[in-house]
Design a protein around this ligand. Structure first.
Ligand SMILES: Nc1ncnc2c1ncn2[C@@H]1O[C@H](COP(=O)(O)OP(=O)(O)OP(=O)(O)O)[C@@H](O)[C@H]1O
Ligand SMILES: [Mg+2]
Length: 371
């Protein structure tokens, strides 16, 4: 136990102390605001693991360790001669105790992350994705704060769509940790996937695709409320007002009974955005939402997205619309061959890129803007 506490405290780098001092924090403030939150975050999972190990190996923790329990079961069984029943009851009790303690541990872990990272909606740590032998994402790590608009840019086949797909588990990450709104899923060789958690995390993100992917046999309104009816199991009379609210938000209330085939590309994409919004997720993911549109229809979709950004929607957007990125992004990440090469404000990335690759990628766009 002592070792766990010591490791937790020592996990805070010396540089952080210097940074705290450099902004004038006192030693007490540094301990309370910097060391404590981080150290507890490191300590809680370890203490949980330690507790589970102790519970399995010893009777000291709760007087209900396995040896103690079989001893008691044996004693009661001798009194009543009900050996089988007593041992089944003991095994059942031990099994329930183990499950409850592991749930409790997971709950504490998630609650802690939610408490400490209330400003951080998404955290991605060392994410890898292989398609067979093709290593597409090579250790991606980043965070997104609540109400932040993050734009991902990069050359074709650099892995941008794959990254978005991994964030809502349309593609399963091969390794790494994805945390969304305090819930984490870690994947990797030999790790068992928590499918329930993955499904509940998927409900935290709404995705808008390049090709709209509307259900062609349903009207605009039916498309929007489909998730509410079938996934959230809402009754129709509760879902319809929500559907209409989002149809109005994208300016298409008069198209409620129209099928996708009768909508323009821009209108289709706006319905697709309303469909994702209606699920009232924590984060919206956009994968090149305008690149399948005719140039004259791009503006209406970008306007909806700008409005969402103004209203404080947390968004991750893959786009080649650099004007939009410049206007709306709080931060831009440049990805090259599955790695984050540069991450900065739009102003810095566009005007003073540090790396050669974003510089070369953005140069033609800068030239057009200067013309
Ligand atoms: N389901 C899949 N199975 C096998 N390979 C895939 C799959 N999805 C993507 N890839 C491969 O992963 C690599 C990255 O593709 P991805 O679509 O993520 O790139 P991108 O950066 O979004 O490109 P673009 O800008 O052209 O959309 C490509 O080589 C692609 O062929
Ligand atoms: Mg793509």
């Amino acid at each position: 136990m002592t070792e766990i506490f010591r490791a937790g405290i020592q996990s805070i780098s010396h540089g952080q102390r210097e940074a705290a001092e450099s902004i004038g924090m006192t030693r007490w403030q540094f301990r309370r605001r910097i060391i404590l939150p981080q150290a507890v975050g490191v300590i809680i999972p370890d203490i949980g693991n330690q507790f589970s190990a102790m519970q399995k190996d010893s009777a000291q923790v709760s007087a209900m360790g396995i040896w103690e329990m079989t001893y008691r079961a044996n004693r009661f069984a001798r009194q009543d001669s009900k050996f089988l029943e007593m041992f089944i009851a003991a095994a059942l009790f031990y099994w329930i105790l183990t499950i409850v303690s592991s749930w409790w541990r997971a709950f504490l872990n998630d609650a802690w992350h939610m408490l400490m990272n209330d400003h951080e909606i998404i955290h991605v740590e060392n994410l890898h994705k292989w398609f067979g032998l093709l290593h597409v994402l090579k250790g991606i790590s980043f965070s997104v704060a609540a109400r932040e608009v993050l734009v991902l840019i990069g050359r074709s086949v650099s892995g941008k769509s794959t990254l978005l797909s991994c964030l809502n588990f349309l593609e399963m990450p091969s390794a790494g940790t994805v945390t969304i709104a305090g819930q984490s899923v870690t994947t990797g060789p030999g790790l068992r996937l928590d499918t329930q958690k993955m499904i509940s995390m998927r409900l935290s993100t709404g995705m808008v695709f390049q090709e709209f992917n509307l259900f062609p046999h349903m009207t605009a309104l039916e498309n929007i409320i489909e998730g509410l009816l079938t996934v959230k199991k809402w009754p129709k009379d509760k879902a319809i007002p929500i559907g209409m609210k989002y149809l109005e938000k994208v300016g298409l209330q008069d198209k409620r009974d129209v099928h996708p085939i009768r909508l323009s590309g821009g209108q289709k994409q706006r319905v697709a955005i309303a469909r994702a919004l209606a699920m009232e997720t924590k984060v919206m993911l956009f994968d090149e939402p305008t690149s399948a549109l005719d140039p004259e229809l791009i503006g209406e979709v970008l306007d909806v997205m700008k409005q969402l950004a103004l209203e404080g929607t947390t968004m991750i957007v893959v786009t080649h619309e650099m004007g939009f990125a410049c206007d709306v992004a709080d931060r831009i990440i440049y990805i090259d061959r599955g790695k984050i090469v540069e991450e900065d404000s739009p102003e810095q990335i566009f005007n003073h890129p540090k790396d050669e690759r974003p510089r070369a990628f953005l140069e033609p766009i800068r030239k057009i803007q200067q013309m």
